[in-house]
Design a binder for this molecule. Structure first.
Ligand code: CP
Ligand code: NVA
Length: 304
């Protein structure tokens, strides 16, 4: 099998996602039953973090051990990556020693250059442009709670960031619609998302209008990692893009609320929403591990 990377959501087909979602359900059930599942025995995952993380680190590390493998954890501060060793050289060296690489970094072009020179599959653990593992977990979580996401409406309230770009790609591929509402100047850049069908997303000025009739309401921090210098300006610009109980009321009565976390209660979401009955954020976080186990297994072994 030729090397498959997972650098953005559009790297896999709808058919492959259907397989991954069913495989993740099986892997999760085995985990809950304390049943051993070691398809990646003797395999090693290198995790490279150039930005902070809680969920991505724990879910990949615990997940890889649960699959029978092991992990190597690298950061910019404790490796030669922070001392300007070319990314191409790092890719050639690291990929001769491990079976799989997960990278969290800044520009998407960095992970693409790494993948180009890697002998093993590379997974995007978040870049400025995309966060495919998170949307994989979010859609799996939606399916667990409500069934297929095809034909449904997802309201995105907030920044036109890596999460928004990835939702757009997923909608295009899996046949649902994203209602996007961002403050002026923070719109989603359609050329980054690279979506084929513009019918899979609609832009709304007012976040209330984006939420009207939605099956899922979701948001993210106002200031993503790497954009901290813009924090004060963003706090002003995003003040009306806080998901509150009024927005949840105009969504469908059984609408879910998701947030990739970490969250700032009182900024992008009210505490009553994220800690309320429609919120599935803890399932969403846990599911990162189950879907990524299915993904790692698939990239290394194909369909089992
Ligand atoms: N959602 C997410 O990727 O969380 P971390 O930044 O903690 O990894
Ligand atoms: N958009 C956020 C997601 C964090 C998981 C960021 O990039 O910081």
């Amino acid at each position: 099998m030729s090397i498959r990377h997972y650098l953005q959501f559009s790297d896999l087909s709808a058919d492959e996602y259907a397989y991954l979602f069913s495989r993740a359900a099986l892997i999760k059930a085995k985990f809950k039953a304390y049943e051993r599942h070691h398809p990646l025995a003797d395999r090693t995952l290198a995790m490279i973090f150039e930005k902070a993380s809680t969920r991505t680190r724990v879910s990949f590390e615990a997940g890889m051990y649960q699959l029978g493998g092991s992990v190597v954890h690298l950061t910019t501060g404790d490796s030669q990556l922070g001392r300007a060793e070319p990314i191409e050289d790092s890719a050639k060296v690291i990929s001769r020693m491990v079976d799989l690489v997960m990278i969290r970094t800044y520009g998407q072009e960095k992970i693409e250059r790494f993948a180009e020179h890697s002998r093993v599959p590379v997974i995007n653990g978040l870049t400025n442009e995309f966060h495919p593992c998170q949307i994989l977990a979010d859609i799996f979580t939606y399916i667990e709670h409500r069934g297929s996401i095809a034909g449904k409406t997802v309201a995105w309230v907030g920044d036109g960031n890596n999460m928004a770009n990835t939702w757009l790609q997923a909608a295009d591929l899996l046949g649902f619609t994203v209602h996007v509402s961002t403050p002026g100047g923070y719109e989603v850049d359609q050329s980054i998302a690279g979506v084929r069908a513009s019918s899979s997303y609609k832009v709304f000025k007012d976040p209330m209008d984006a939420c009207r009739g939605a099956d899922l309401v979701t948001t993210d921090v106002w200031t993503s990692m790497g954009y901290e210098a813009e924090n004060e300006a963003r706090k002003k610009a995003f003040a009306d893009w806080c998901v509150d109980t009024e927005m949840m009321k105009v969504a469908k009565p059984d609408a879910l609320f998701m947030h990739c976390l970490p969250a700032h209660r009182g900024e992008e979401v009210e505490a009553d929403v994220i800690d309320g009955p429609q919120s599935v954020v803890w399932d969403e976080a846990e599911n990162r591990m189950h879907v990524q186990k299915a993904l790692m297994e698939y990239l290394l072994l194909g369909r089992l």
